[in-house]
Design a protein around this ligand. Structure first.
Ligand SMILES: Nc1nc2c(ncn2[C@@H]2O[C@H](COP(=O)(O)OP(=O)(O)OP(=O)(O)O)[C@@H](O)[C@H]2O)c(=O)[nH]1
Ligand SMILES: [Mg+2]
Ligand SMILES: [Zn+2]
Length: 355
C-alpha cells in the first residue's frame, strides 16, 4: 500500500499543512492528495490508503487538500485546499467562448511527450511549451519510441533546436533506453506530468518507469498512426522516492489560457526585437526599419516561428477582449443590483417614516 510520502508528501508540504491547517494530523483534518478528480468525487491518497471523498469540484489532480477525519461515521469530505505551487491550464477548446480547464496542480516538471516515429509538429511543441512555462512548472521534452526511428540523431537535433533551452530526453519503453536519465532528472519528491497527443506513448512510458503495467495502453491506428485515446482521466502514479507521475489523456490541440508569461519564456527573443523597430507603433508587417522583418530577411528569425508567435499572441488578445466584455457585464449587473438595493432601502425608509 502506498503512503502519502509515495505521493510526494515532503517536509515542505508538511510544513505548509501545519501552517495552513494547525489541526493537521488530529481528528479535525487529515492531509491528502488528489489522485483523480471526477465531477463531485475525488480519489485521494492518504497515509491510511486511498479514500473516496465528496468534493465541490474545485480540486484537480495533484492538489493537496485537508480532509475530515475518516472515523467511519460519515463519508470524508474535503475541507481545505493548499495554495498551488503550479497550475497547468488550457482553454477547453479552440472555440473563443470556451472556458478555462485546469489540468493539474503542484506539478514540478511538465514532460512534453513527442513520439519520434511521427513528423515533429513544431507548432504543437511550441504551444505546449508556452502553457508549460506558464504553469509555473519547468518543461522538459521527452522523445519516445527511440527504438522505432533510424533518423534518431536528426530528429533529436531538430527537437533540441526547436525546443530552445529546454532539456530534451530520448527514451524507449521498449528497450529501456533513457529511462534512468529521466528518472534521475525527476529526482525525489517531485511530480512529472506527461502531456502529448494520443498514442505518443505516455502510459507506456509510465509503465516502463514504474516497472509494472499500472496504466492501460493502446496501439496506434495503422492508417494514420494516431492513438485511440486509451487514457481517459488525469491520474497520479507514484514511482518510488516520493516521485510522482501524472498520466493524462492525449489532447489534439492546446488552446492557450492567459499564457503571456509562457509566451515570453518561449518567444522572448522575438519580443526583444520590438524596441529596435524604427517606429514605436510598428506593426512588424511592412514598415520600414522593422527589426522583426529584418531578422527574418537576414535569417536570424525563422518566419515560421514569427507566424507561430503572432498566432498565439492574437489568440490571447481575443481571449482578453472576451474576458473584459464578461467583466463589464458582471460590473453592469452588480451596479444594477446596487442601484436596486439602494432604491429598496429608500423605499423602506420612506415607508418607515410614514408609520
Ligand atoms: N516500439 C515502441 N512502441 C511504443 C513505445 N512506447 C509506446 N509504444 C506504443 O505506442 C502505442 C501507444 O502507447 P500509449 O502508451 O497507449 O500512448 P498514450 O500516449 O498513453 O496514448 P493515450 O492514452 O491515447 O493518450 C502502444 O502501442 C505502445 O506499445 C516505445 O518506446 N517503443
Ligand atoms: Mg495513455
Ligand atoms: Zn517592427
Amino acid at each position: 500500500m502506498h503512503t502519502l510520502t509515495d505521493y510526494g508528501f515532503t517536509d515542505r508540504i508538511r510544513g505548509l499543512f501545519s501552517f495552513r491547517f494547525p489541526a493537521t494530523g488530529t481528528s479535525a483534518s487529515v492531509p491528502a492528495r488528489v489522485i483523480r478528480s471526477d465531477r463531485g468525487r475525488v480519489l485521494l491518497a492518504t497515509d491510511s490508503g486511498p479514500v473516496h471523498a465528496l468534493s465541490d469540484g474545485a480540486e484537480v489532480t495533484g492538489d493537496w487538500v485537508a480532509l475530515t477525519n475518516d472515523d467511519g461515521a460519515a463519508p470524508p469530505a474535503v475541507v481545505g485546499l493548499l495554495p498551488r505551487s503550479s497550475t497547468l491550464q488550457r482553454k477547453k477548446a479552440h472555440d473563443p467562448l470556451a472556458d478555462v480547464q485546469v489540468l493539474g496542480a503542484n506539478i514540478d516538471l511538465v514532460g512534453v511527450v513527442v513520439p519520434i516515429d511521427r513528423p515533429l509538429s513544431t507548432n504543437r511543441l511550441e504551444r505546449t511549451l508556452v502553457a508549460a512555462w506558464d504553469s509555473g512548472a519547468v518543461p522538459i521534452v521527452i522523445l519516445t519510441k527511440a527504438d522505432l526511428s533510424n533518423r534518431f540523431d536528426e530528429v533529436v537535433a531538430q527537437t533540441v533546436e526547436r525546443a530552445r533551452g529546454v532539456e530534451v530526453f530520448t527514451t524507449s519503453a521498449e528497450s529501456g533506453d533513457g529511462l534512468d536519465a529521466l528518472q534521475a532528472r525527476v529526482g525525489t519528491g517531485n511530480t512529472l506530468a506527461l502531456l502529448g497527443p494520443s498514442g505518443a506513448g505516455k502510459s507506456t512510458l509510465i509503465n516502463a518507469l514504474v516497472g509494472s503495467e499500472v496504466q492501460d495502453t493502446g496501439d496506434v491506428r495503422s492508417g494514420d498512426g494516431k492513438g485511440r485515446h486509451t487514457t481517459t482521466s488525469r491520474e497520479l502514479i507514484p514511482f518510488g522516492n516520493g516521485s510522482v507521475l501524472m498520466d493524462t489523456p492525449g489532447v489534439r490541440g492546446f488552446a492557450l489560457w492567459d499564457a503571456e508569461a509562457g509566451l515570453e519564456a518561449v518567444f522572448g527573443d522575438i519580443e526583444e526585437l520590438f524596441p529596435l523597430c524604427r517606429f514605436r507603433d510598428c506593426a512588424h508587417d511592412r514598415e520600414p526599419g522593422c527589426a522583426v522583418q529584418e531578422a527574418i530577411v537576414s535569417g536570424n528569425l525563422e518566419e515560421r516561428r514569427w507566424l507561430s508567435y503572432r498566432k498565439m499572441e492574437r489568440e490571447l488578445a481575443s481571449l482578453h477582449r472576451r474576458q473584459s466584455v464578461a467583466e463589464q457585464r458582471r460590473h453592469a449587473r452588480s451596479f444594477h443590483k446596487v442601484v436596486k438595493e439602494a432604491a429598496m432601502a429608500k423605499d423602506y425608509r420612506n415607508r418607515f417614516r410614514e408609520d
